[in-house]
Design a protein around this ligand. Sequence first.
Ligand SMILES: [Zn+2]
Length: 481
Amino acid sequence: MQVLRELQPTKVFQYFEEICNIPHGSGNLDGISSYLEQFAKKRGLFYVRDHTNNIIIVKEATQGYEEVEPIILQGHMDMVAVKKADCDINLEKDSLKLKIDGDFVYAEGTSLGGDDGIAVAYILAIMDSNDISHPRIEAVITTDEEVGMEGATAIDLSMLKAKRMMNIDSEEEGILLTSCAGGAKIDCNIPIEREEKTAIFYRIKVGGLLGGHSGVEINKERGNAIKMLGRVLHRACKEMSIQIAELAGGEKDNAIPREAEAVVLVEATQENRFVELVKEIEEILKNENNTKEKNLYIISEKLGNQNKRILTEESTKRVTEFLMVLPNGIMAMSVDIAGLVETSLNVGILKLEENKMITSSAIRSSIESAKKYLMEQIKVASGLVGGSISIHGEYPGWQYDPDSKLRATMVQVYEEMFGEEPKVEAIHAGLECGIMISKIPGLDCVSFGPNIYDIHTTEERLSISSTERMWNYILEILKRK
Ligand SMILES: [Zn+2]
């Protein structure tokens, strides 16, 4: 375990190694939080440890920097702790087995937690120094970022003086993140009435879709199996009398659903036409999704004569109409940042209970009011068919600030040090910055970090040279007055 201590910058890798010796997967943070508390105590630094294990450590300005605006350095102490099937490390108790391969540090058999241990290591190295010039530093190290940003949501920042913040939780050197999405989960409950019937039933199945993450892959315009199923059902309803017996689709509200299916009653006289109609819609949807969803299929399968408690014709019509009008996919693109999805919605889960149909969707927007507007639209759509909504897991976004001073400084320093312009980007997913801004109005943020590859997997690796470059970059930014 001595290997890392020989790497540059020495202190950063020394602290990184110490962190890797303390298990710190999300939800298992007492140990790492105590370690950080001890760190501050030993050095006489002011600190606060709260009931969710978040830690704030303050280091006053060095000589000559007393008048410079204070700055928050921020990262999260938890990691996504995963291991290979044949790895015998106990991630709840054991140290990681750090290894070096060329320019990379990785952990044998497990994830590394470079996301976001490197932020903690940078922060401790700065806090421990006596030869680095900096303004007052307020280090904010949060908990359980990886499982819903719970630490950031709970933390009290009222004691902080800084109005600017470097979030060190991005994984690509040369990219400065300047905006992220806020989000919410929204469930729609559409009441239904049932009746019992013995008749011929068919299963309709939509499948073969690619799916993906509802934030970072929504821009790929992938097919949504639930929306496609709604289209099939609606078309069938228009032409013949069908009644829904079962409905199901998707697994998670933040995953684009790859499959969905329904069981429907079909009148004996309309069986042939029903089968034909499903084929027709399959052709139409294949054509529409020609280049992006090559394996899409929509099939019908006869289940035969059965007795079931099914939706009345009126309820069938209502739920299919709702699935037709429920918005899905990209709602708006940003005009400030090319290629950025500004507002989106993913209808991720469809299920049927005895007396209601439920859809669960994930909404994202970097503009808070646009998120609220979309939530209101869905509420109105639900209301039109007699339904209601419930909202949970709401978190705020981070809107692009065209006048950010910190970004201007960070762009300038980057150009001076590395001879090229950094890319200024935004992501259509959540970052803690959105939550921090909601607690410190006007907080000027930039998120960045060294190159880390394949985060959240056992292949995760941190670039040593990039860690050194970003270290020097941070020090230079702190030095600017
Ligand atoms: Zn992270």
